[in-house]
Design a binder for this molecule. Structure first.
Ligand code: NDP
Length: 242
């Protein structure tokens, strides 16, 4: 049995990645924080591929909750390990920094950056022992170029890119690759409320991307064919300047 964990797998990019990894033969652990109905829909779509999966509800920004959930999974799956980890859970709380409450700064950084630590740290040792692993972090174009009105989100995604590069060097000899994917605008709940008609004019491809397109890239990075790609950030943004 090969296992993959997708954080924030209930909706959007995480759902598409869960289905892609299931098609690649993984049992998918679908993490989410609130939305059980949507998480169950993802699980059904995973099961339609012929693979199985399970729901793992925990808040990635909460260290204790995350460690406990992963420990419980490990205890119920002795001898097994999570070979593919996709750190995808993320939120945005946009505002000009001059107007940004500390709570919004913390919530975004805690979800993306602390979340990366909370989930990745306990899963590394089993990957090292098995000398095999794939870690794919969903960053953003904002983490590469910075986006006004998103200093919190840009800082979090920039941090995840730096962490990707550092960790890749730590574990490359153990046959574990660590890469980041930096999407531009992708059609999910996260971009709801944005002015798509105006924004797409700034994109050379003249459209937003789809979760499925991001999932294909993540699937490739998780595949054996991508064994020599590590410590990289791969953009998927329809040609938007970075
Ligand atoms: P969505 O808002 O559609 O989905 C977010 C997912 O993250 C949901 O599954 C949600 O769970 C989960 N989540 C949020 N907070 C937590 C938490 N504390 N613990 C566990 N799970 C959590 O987002 P997208 O699919 O658009 O985004 C996925 C990733 O891609 C994010 O990291 C985002 O920053 C990044 N990204 C997205 C872009 C876009 O244009 N859409 C562009 C660039 C990057 P629940 O359903 O329970 O709330």
């Amino acid at each position: 049995m090969k296992y993959a964990l997708v954080t924030g797998g209930s909706r959007g990019i995480g759902r598409a990645v869960s289905i892609k990894l299931a098609r690649m033969g993984y049992q998918v652990l679908i993490n989410y924080v609130n939305n059980t109905t949507e998480a169950e829909k993802t699980l059904q779509q995973v099961q339609r591929t012929g693979q199985d999966g399970e729901l793992l509800k925990f808040d990635v920004s909460n260290g204790q909750q995350t460690r406990q959930a992963l420990k419980t999974w490990q205890n119920t799956h002795p001898g097994e390990y999570i070979e593919v980890l996709v750190n995808n859970a993320g939120i945005r709380r946009d505002n000009l920094l001059a107007l940004m409450p500390e709570e919004d700064w913390n919530h975004v950084l805690d979800t993306t950056l602390k979340g990366f630590y909370h989930v990745t740290q306990p899963l590394l040792q089993p990957m090292i022992v098995h000398k095999s692993g794939r870690i794919i972090n969903i960053a953003s174009i904002s983490g590469l170029k910075g986006t006004q009105g998103q200093t919190n989100y840009s800082a979090a995604k920039g941090g995840i890119i730096a962490a990707t590069k550092a960790l890749a060097q730590e574990v490359a000899r153990k046959n574990i690759t660590v890469n980041a994917v930096a999407p531009g605008y992708i059609l999910t709940d996260m971009v709801e409320g944005l002015d798509e008609a105006t924004l797409k004019k700034t994109i050379p491809a003249n459209r937003f991307g789809t979760p499925g397109e991001v999932a294909e890239l993540v699937g490739f990075l998780a595949s054996p064919e991508a064994a020599y790609i590590t410590g990289n950030v791969i953009s998927i943004n329809g040609g938007l300047y970075t």
